[in-house]
Unconditional design. Structure first.
Length: 226
């Protein structure tokens, strides 16, 4: 007979905005049941399809966008040249920013930007990313790693990729002091497996927004049994 443990976990709703109105509506809904949200910024080049503000060439809307004051925002930048857009995106006042390793051309400049604007820097890792590139990083100024749970980034509802479990263990092997966040295919079935492998933070999109009651779906995911 085996004993099970019930554990509270850190779940973050994810939004891929199609417009400023769509983002405002979802942020308003999210603020009722969560304290933090991830906004996926997709340029249509690094990943597809493009999200707002790239979807309708609306970068100028960032300066006047009004966000819920008490909701912490994490930006996941799925863009081919993150440094080009970081200054404009600071209008959203993020507490965290994920920049994907495959898109980084100047890691020192990005680290400097994170310090100047006082956000926690996360490094996004694809499942095909060799561990040697992660080991080569000076991780002292990196707050955490985000590993994708799906093969192709940029959209929600993609199938779970089993390779993420191995990738978690690889990253922990070289950077055990850094928390690991998982983005993609996180749901009530995969979350316990990801937690057991070593992840501690879980970004959830379709399992929340495709539910009849997103708030209840979010609350249900916050407690797992292992």
């Amino acid at each position: 007979m085996f004993l099970s443990d019930t554990i509270a976990v850190d779940v973050v709703p994810a939004i891929i905005p199609t417009s400023s109105k769509d983002l405002a509506d979802k942020l308003s809904r999210t603020s009722v049941f969560a304290t933090e949200v991830q906004i996926d910024i997709v340029d249509g080049v690094y990943a597809k399809p493009a999200s707002w503000p790239f979807a309708d060439d609306a970068m100028s809307e960032l300066a006047t966008f009004e966000r819920p004051a008490l909701l912490k925002i994490e930006l996941d930048l799925m863009v081919s040249n993150p440094l080009e857009y970081l200054d404009a995106l600071m209008a959203l006042k993020p507490a965290r920013v994920v920049v994907h390793l495959a898109a980084i051309k100047d890691i020192d400049a990005i680290i400097s930007h994170s310090k100047a604007h006082d956000y926690i820097l996360g490094i996004g890792i694809g499942l095909d990313t060799s561990i040697k590139y992660i080991e080569a990083l000076d991780a002292s100024d990196i707050g955490y790693f985000q590993i994708m749970g799906i093969a192709t980034v940029g959209s929600q509802g993609k199938p779970f990729d089993e390779r993420v479990l191995t990738k978690i263990r690889e990253v922990l092997g070289c950077c055990a002091e850094h928390p690991i966040s998982i983005d993609g295919a996180v749901n009530d079935e995969t979350l316990p497996r990801l937690y057991t492998a070593g992840a501690s933070r879980f970004v959830v999109g379709s399992a929340i927004w495709n539910a009849e009651d997103p708030a209840k779906a979010f609350e249900a995911l916050q407690t797992i049994t292992i």
